[in-house]
Design a protein around this ligand. Structure first.
Ligand SMILES: Nc1ncnc2c1ncn2[C@@H]1O[C@H](COP(=O)(O)OP(=O)(O)OP(=O)(O)O)[C@@H](O)[C@H]1O
Ligand SMILES: [Mg+2]
Length: 385
């Protein structure tokens, strides 16, 4: 379980405090996948870094698995942070080490005996589907495979919580889907609680149970994905199943936008409606998808007879109708439009660069201990590998 309670983070820049996170509160129950979505610079990475306390919050509390991390002293914090695995956009693997060697690293730093390490590494490498690549070096892997190594490494110390900061940005859609399926499988098998930072709505829709929209350091909307997509007034919900351009109503009919608001909508509602009304129902556009295993989204229809009150006729059927000229919903609001902006290229993520600059352990930039969020510990020698 992750609980973020009125977390505020300010950075001092040019002699002034810049508030980057402003009273952010968030709760993710055990075994749930929570998305945090928002435009570049919203504070997403800073939030992730505050959750594992790589960044100390200016005020507020971070409770992970019942333990208030903000109240811990450095030594206790190092132990607590082992229960939090982290994966980034760039997997940050050591090029000199094989897949198995990279996965083994956190275990070496934690002083796990060699035999136990071997078994655990084999287990982890198999879990992420890289059995055939245990002896391969990162340079010979695809981006998706490298990300799998990063995931295996993040799981090495059996964390309860996984933080993922843009882990699928820059991967193609198929690879993204396979990584998301892996994360969901890990949640199901290991009961992991996952905080997934992303700027891709598809990622949220495909894998998250809940989502928070972060803008300028504030959570402007949050909720369960299933509830948001069935709320016709939710900007986040509309962003999750975005509206597509619709055709013009034929012959001056009245256009209506119909939103699915329940999980038991009759799939044949259009045909039934036409029959009941005795008038033509023209289909002008539709974005209906399975979210959480049930149909969600919106449909735009036109009725020849402008006097029919479709909102009234559809009431009680899990469908909300609004005259199209009464709703601005056909254009996604700016807040959501921003979210689908292109991702920063791998390695150019300002958060990732800042992360290595700001390594609180004082390790050199790019040190793998940073990438795995490991506690500061004696650097292992290659002989121990
Ligand atoms: N160490 C720091 N010192 C000063 N300002 C910082 C520091 N780290 C982050 N910031 C500022 O905090 C804001 C939020 O940055 P953050 O990296 O959290 O955004 P983000 O939502 O992850 O963006 P992106 O989608 O581009 O990764 C930015 O304005 C950034 O400049
Ligand atoms: Mg970021």
């Amino acid at each position: 379980m992750i609980e973020v309670d009125t977390l505020t983070k300010a950075f001092r820049r040019n002699g002034r405090d810049h508030v980057v996170l402003d009273a952010v509160s968030l709760r993710v129950d055990a075994g749930r996948i929570a998305g945090v979505i928002g435009p570049s610079g919203a504070g997403k990475s800073t939030l992730a870094r505050c959750v594992n306390l790589l960044e100390r919050p200016t005020s507020g509390r971070v409770v992970v698995g019942g333990q208030d991390l903000t109240a811990l002293r450095d030594r206790e914090l190092q132990a607590a942070r082992r229960r939090i695995g982290t994966i980034f956009q760039a997997a940050n693997l050591l090029s000199s080490r094989t897949v198995a060697g990279n996965v083994s690293l956190p275990l070496e730093i934690a002083g796990v005996p060699r035999a136990e390490r071997r078994t655990r590494v084999a287990e982890l490498v198999a879990r992420v589907g890289l059995e055939d690549h245990a002896r391969t070096h990162p340079a010979q892997l695809s981006g998706g495979q490298r990300q799998r190594v990063g995931i295996a490494r993040a799981l090495a110390l059996r964390p309860d919580v996984l933080l993922s900061d843009e882990a699928t940005s820059g991967l193609d859609p198929d690879t993204t889907r396979s990584i998301l399926a892996l994360l969901r499988g890990l949640r199901d098998d290991l009961g992991l609680t996952i905080l997934l930072i992303t700027h891709e709505m598809e990622v949220v829709r495909d894998v998250c149970d809940q989502v928070a929209l972060l803008r300028d350091g504030r959570i402007v909307e949050q909720g369960d994905v299933g509830a948001l997509v069935t709320d016709p007034d939710s900007a986040l919900g509309r962003g999750l199943v975005p509206a597509r351009p619709v055709a013009v109503a034929p012959g001056g009919g009245q256009s209506w936008r119909v939103t699915y608001t329940a999980d038991d909508v009759d799939p044949a509602w259009i045909g039934r409606l036409e029959h009941e009304l005795g008038t033509r129902v023209a289909l002008l556009g539709a974005s209906v998808e399975a979210v959480d295993g049930r149909p969600a989204g919106h449909v735009t229809v036109a009725l020849d007879d402008p006097t029919i009150d479709l909102a009234e006729r559809l009431r009680g059927r899990g469908l909300h109708a609004a005259r199209l000229d009464e709703t601005a919903a056909d254009a996604p609001p700016a807040a959501v439009a921003d979210l689908v902006a292109a991702p920063p290229a791998a390695g150019e993520d300002p958060g990732a660069v800042a992360a290595t600059d700001r390594d609180p352990t004082g390790e050199p930039a790019g040190d793998p201990a940073e990438a795995t969020d490991l506690p500061a510990a004696p650097t292992p020698t290659e002989e121990r590998a």
